[in-house]
Design a protein around this ligand. Structure first.
Ligand SMILES: C[S@@+](CC[C@H](N)C(=O)[O-])C[C@H]1O[C@@H](n2cnc3c(N)ncnc32)[C@H](O)[C@@H]1O
Length: 156
């Protein structure tokens, strides 16, 4: 919402918790940002191809959200962050058909390099706990599912 207010760009936010989404939409309305900022209930550990291609995942056009995204802002716990690395890779890694996402900004919890993941980091703001990555390259299982998704759902 801060970015949308500062730049005039649109924003789509998702969270699995209906209470969080209700709060986010009401704050957007109070701030006069509800024209361009929409928040939707969505479980991001759903099957990867469904998230990237479907126009109706529980009523949410996820293909549109991901197609239009240029910056992804994440404030999510480590287990969930790890489980969505294949999705972030598909969105940022041009060798996998990356779709125009220029940056993934993580807050507090960050992507760590490992045998399965390579990152291109563009900057850090230590004071605010932010890191900006321009590319996340997933080298782990490529079966279309988000590895660790069920674990992510349990532990976040
Ligand atoms: C650290 S909180 C961030 C809350 C809020 N979005 C914010 O920025 O202040 C992490 C959020 O991740 C959400 N979450 C957990 N599992 C999720 C999932 N599978 N799909 C989408 N959101 C999930 C939780 O409901 C929780 O609101």
């Amino acid at each position: 919402m801060s970015c949308a207010a500062a730049t005039g760009c649109g924003a789509a936010g998702v969270d699995v918790s209906p209470a969080c989404i209700e709060l986010a939409n009401s704050v957007a309305k109070e701030e006069g940002l509800d024209g361009g900022c929409k928040f939707h209930v969505l479980d991001v550990t759903k099957e990867l191809d469904e998230l990237l291609r479907s126009k109706d995942v529980g009523g949410v056009d996820t293909s549109r959200i991901f197609r239009n995204a240029t910056v992804i802002f994440l404030f999510v716990y480590p287990t969930l962050l790890k489980s969505i690395l294949p999705l972030l890779s598909r969105l940022t890694d041009t060798s996998q058909g990356g779709n125009g996402v220029r940056a993934v900004v993580t807050q507090t919890y960050h992507v760590e390099e490992s045998e399965e993941v390579e990152i291109v980091e563009e900057g850090r703001d230590e004071e605010n706990g932010l890191r900006m990555l321009s590319k996340i390259i997933w080298k782990g299982e490529q079966n279309g599912e988000i590895t660790g998704g069920k674990e992510g759902r349990r532990n976040v």
